[in-house]
Ligand binder design. Structure first.
Ligand SMILES: Cc1cc2nc3c(=O)[nH]c(=O)nc-3n(C[C@H](O)[C@H](O)[C@H](O)COP(=O)(O)OP(=O)(O)OC[C@H]3O[C@@H](n4cnc5c(N)ncnc54)[C@H](O)[C@@H]3O)c2cc1C
Length: 339
């Protein structure tokens, strides 16, 4: 059975930044990039989008897949071993930690690998609504990230819609108001879930309208390859009445699902299922297990913040490995006193 000092699970900006730092530190990291893990290609969420305009260093923007290919090459260049398999089971109860891969993870199967330290960088997925038309117009008018996509030309001075009633929906709507001709927030129920302060700001915003008891039921648009959305069918959830309105942008703010099923019950998760980390660090509730990127960040969810936290995880894992190697008696894994 293969053993590594450090294993990274994931393949987005967080995982690859950690891999670049750890391989340059000559720790020979092994990175499991996943085989369509959680339905997303190796490379993570950025492989599902086109131009990234806010990642520093690319003044003309860069394609999401190209950016991730570059990060992957950089990880390999310094000696990261990349394995295109999904980690489907881990045992973090004893050191070394044990990891199994998909299809070879039965009770009788030996682990694929053991590791002294594990970095969890499995990311998160924006929830979708599976509306008719959603597949066709995803990224051609529909987005799950206003900060990422709001500034692109197709949304400038156009009627935009946000779905959701919480703080994220309110934040996204007010952000989009800088660009759109109007922003309408569709709230399924008759009240907002957002905090009082946020709700007050939203309801008093001159460019934002909140439509209660309203749900989008269909996205309509140009019928040609890469056609853009142009209209939205909206249903009044109280009366059942439907209408079609002009809409050039639709932003989902209905939550994200962090990919934490793998470690649930073994390390501490917060009430929304994200890995709990000590603020400002990548340390989880278990020593030797670190988390970075969207799997532990429900606030910023950006490529650059994920990359930054990947760097933090690598430096902390490196220090942890050095400290455990220096001590003669390797202690059993125990709760992280820092958390
Ligand atoms: C459509 C879209 C557009 C975006 N645009 C921008 C933008 O313009 N600018 C910006 O800064 N951010 C943007 N983002 C957000 C950005 O993509 C995320 O913040 C960032 O990718 C999170 O990185 P991450 O490293 O946490 O992991 P992710 O990108 O979430 O990747 C993690 C990946 O790890 C792999 N994985 C998961 N589980 C396992 C497992 N068990 N075993 C092995 N592998 C596994 C999967 O491939 C998974 O996708 C966008 C997001 C989306 C969805």
């Amino acid at each position: 059975m293969a053993h590594s000092k450090v294993v990274i699970i994931g393949s987005g900006p967080a995982a690859h930044t950690a891999a670049i730092y750890l391989s340059r530190a000559e720790l020979k990291p092994v990175l499991y990039e996943g085989m369509l893990a959680g339905g997303t290609a190796a490379g993570g969420q950025l492989t599902t989008t086109t131009d990234i305009e806010n990642f520093p260093g690319f003044p003309d923007g860069i394609g999401g897949s190209e950016l991730m290919d570059n990060m992957r090459k950089q990880s390999i260049r310094f000696g990261t071993e990349i394995i295109t398999e999904t980690i489907s089971r881990v045992d973090l109860s004893q050191r070394p930690f044990k990891l199994w891969t998909e299809w070879s993870d039965g009770p009788e199967d030996a682990p694929a690998r053991t590791a002294d330290a594990v970095i969890i960088a499995t990311g998160a997925n924006a929830r979708r609504l599976n509306l008719p038309g959603e597949e066709v117009y995803w990224q051609n008018g529909i987005s799950a990230c206003a900060v990422c996509d709001g500034a692109v030309p197709i949304f400038r001075n156009k009627p935009l819609f946000v779905i959701g009633g919480g703080d994220s929906a309110a934040e996204e709507a007010m952000f989009l108001a800088k660009y759109g001709s109007s922003v309408t927030v569709l709230v399924r129920r008759d009240k907002l879930r957002a905090s009082k302060a946020m709700a007050t700001r939203l309801l008093s915003h001159p460019k934002v309208t909140v439509r209660f008891n309203s749900a989008a039921t269909e996205v309509i648009g140009e019928k040609k390859p890469n056609g853009l959305m142009t209209h939205l069918r909206i249903k009044n959830t109280a009366t059942g009445e439907e209408e079609v309105v002009e809409a050039n942008g639709l932003f989902y703010a209905v939550g994200h699902d962090p990919a934490t099923a793998l470690v649930k019950g073994q390390i501490e998760l917060d009430e929304e299922g994200y890995v709990a980390t000590k603020p400002g660090t990548s340390m989880t509730s278990l020593e030797g297990v670190f988390a970075c990127g969207d799997v532990q960040d429900k606030r910023y969810r950006q490529a650059i913040t994920s990359a930054g936290s990947g760097c933090v995880a690598a430096l902390e894992a490196e220090r942890y490995i050095a400290e455990t190697e220096a001590s003669e008696d390797i202690p059993p894994p125990h709760a992280n006193p820092a958390l």
